[in-house]
Design a protein around this ligand. Structure first.
Ligand SMILES: [Zn+2]
Length: 194
């Protein structure tokens, strides 16, 4: 089984001649129906062979509120670090964690084990909503993400808080702040997300 991580600038491109000799094409996988290109400018991404599927949590659509509540209660980390932990909840990256927490009016630094049931309920529905919007717009291409056809997404035009330092909160107009939580850039409205 292969494990592929695109990291910051990786792309997986299906069968496009212009990627055959592109400068940053790192791996070409010749398959029956065509070629798969792994392209990466900064080389943080990787393809590796793993013997077993790594322990991944359920994604926000598979996860029930009760189950997420149980998992969050077991960790003293911040809620943002917890939802970025792929073994706890799969598929949530930094962009969607930031936007989902804002939509749910939860402070990213709140300890995961202090969330109330209504907060967990709101968090799960907010994560689903922002990720559905991400999927519908083809993802965020503020770095260099493109889909397998090489097309850019447009979610970067719809960020709720991610990357919007100093810009007004969409709900209350307060200037958004950038803080660091668990080593990751984090954007927050100090008025809406108490
Ligand atoms: Zn606000």
């Amino acid at each position: 089984m292969w494990e592929i991580h695109l990291k910051m600038t990786g792309r997986l491109i299906w069968d496009r001649a212009d990627y055959e000799k592109a400068k940053h094409t790192r791996v070409v996988v010749v398959m029956e129906g065509g070629k798969l290109y792994f392209w990466d400018t900064r080389k943080f991404g990787y393809i590796r062979v793993v013997s077993e599927r790594k322990q991944l949590g359920k994604d926000p659509w598979e996860m029930s509120e009760a189950e997420l509540m149980r998992k969050l209660q077991k960790t003293g980390r911040s809620v943002k670090e917890a939802i970025l932990d792929q073994s706890l909840l799969a598929g949530v990256g930094n962009i969607y964690a930031n936007d989902g927490l804002w939509e749910a009016r939860i402070n990213p630094k709140q300890k995961a084990n202090t969330l109330t049931i209504p907060q967990v309920k709101k968090l799960l529905s907010s994560l689903r909503r922002v990720m559905e919007r991400g999927l519908a717009t083809g993802g965020a291409s503020d770095n260099s993400y493109v889909n397998a056809k090489g097309e850019m997404g447009s979610y970067q035009n719809e960020f709720l808080v991610y990357g919007r330092t100093g810009e007004p909160c969409n709900r209350c107009g307060t200037k958004l702040e950038r803080i660091v939580v668990g080593g990751r850039g984090t954007w927050v409205c100090q008025k809406c997300q108490l």
